[in-house]
Design a protein around this ligand. Structure first.
Ligand SMILES: *Cc1c(COP(=O)(O)O)cnc(C)c1O
Length: 359
């Protein structure tokens, strides 16, 4: 029996995707091989990779002037690739600090350039997105980096900042494909696949073409976006099986009505959970309402001594991985695309019952 899996990542995948993968495991489309066993340069796998890219372009309405790269190394590797590829002759970059993942990006960038933290939400324990009017951007910055969904803190941008023509770079690891995005407003978007796209091992980079070709000479080839783009992300062996599963997820998303339809479902799921938390005197979510994440919902029991009993009871009721990140404590429900509304309703029912028994 399958559980409701609230993990922040690697995370729940659509059941139909897992079923298709199971059916095709030993023999993909009459090839007599598993996708895992195919050459990445063979016509079968090339067709899988091309279809995945085409479907992703359709889902996100990616303009022709952007390259789509299927890489490895996770968002963590891209945190290094970003300055390496984008600094060019500049020596400084702007970063907005909205929490744990922003901090990781900043730490990595500091190895390669001067980082100007143009705004930070540290003063209120990363419970909000700093207003654009309070950002102190540097006109000489090579780019402006934001994390549009802080997976650990549960803070999401519901607006796109204007950066006065300086390329905007966004870590979208944990909410890509959860909502419509105007790609043209960004220079680069990137993310690890294991939150809302597919299995771990695949890293997605979407980059505007004019930003390619300025990499520092020390840039490792595997992280060089121009070299990867020129080789259709096959400069070296790409994460073939992860690309295949991501492709099945893209097909599933299209069958669900695409990103716009998914966004409506995600709005409804998040509203159910936040409305319940807000009327409760037993649980609470600390994030400013306008900046709350639709994907990652952290919450605390007012009485922390009940945390363990809460998690144990949740597990007994088939709801797993609700423990919050160690840096913030409490609970976190990640409700990505593949989490059905039934899972959110089941969680709320369990929370009500737990409150009745312990409140
Ligand atoms: C998970 C996550 C990362 C880290 O991704 P890796 O693939 O493990 O490197 C970075 N940023 C955000 C917002 C994340 O959610």
């Amino acid at each position: 029996m399958r559980v409701f899996n609230f993990s922040a990542g690697p995370a729940v995948l659509p059941e139909q995707v897992l079923q298709s993968a199971a059916e095709e495991m030993l023999d993909w489309h009459g090839s007599g091989m598993s996708v895992m066993e195919m050459s990445h340069r063979g016509k079968e796998f090339i067709s899988i990779a091309n279809k995945a890219e085409t479907d992703l372009r359709t889902l996100l309405e990616i303009p022709e002037t952007y390259k789509v790269l299927f890489l490895q190394g996770g968002a963590m590797a891209e945190n290094a690739a970003i300055p390496l590829n984008l600094l060019g002759s500049k020596t400084t970059a702007d970063y907005i600090n909205t929490g744990e993942w922003s901090k990781k990006s900043i730490k990595e960038a500091k190895k390669y350039c001067a980082v100007n933290v143009a705004a930070t939400a540290e003063d209120k324990n990363f419970t909000y997105v700093p207003l654009r009017e309070n950002w102190r951007l540097n006109a000489d910055a090579a780019y402006v980096h934001i994390c549009t969904n802080e997976t650990i803190g549960g803070v999401e941008y519901h607006w796109i900042p204007d950066t006065n023509g300086v390329p905007l770079v966004a870590d979208m690891s944990s909410h890509i494909l959860s909502r419509k995005i105007d790609i043209a407003k960004y220079g680069v978007i990137y993310g690890g696949a294991q939150k809302n796209i597919g299995p771990a091992g695949l890293t997605l980079v979407v980059v505007r073409e004019d930003l390619l070709g300025h990499a520092l000479s020390i840039t490792p080839s595997a992280l060089n976006w121009k070299e990867q783009a020129d080789n259709d992300s096959m400069l070296n062996t790409p994460p073939t099986y992860s690309i295949y599963i991501a492709g099945l997820v893209f097909e599933w998303l299209q069958a669900q009505g695409g990103v716009a339809a998914m966004e409506q479902k995600n709005i409804a799921k998040a509203a159910l959970l936040y409305d319940y938390l807000d009327q409760s005197g037993f649980y609470q979510n600390p994030i400013t309402k306008a900046d709350r994440s639709r994907m990652n919902v952290p919450f605390k029991l007012n009485d922390e001594s009940l945390d363990e009993a809460f998690l144990k009871g949740a597990q007994e009721n088939g709801m797993l991985q609700l423990k919050g990140h160690r840096s913030v404590g409490g609970m976190r429900a990640s409700i990505y695309n593949a989490m059905p509304v039934e899972g959110v309703k089941a969680l709320i029912e369990y929370m009500k019952e737990f409150e009745r028994k312990n409140g």
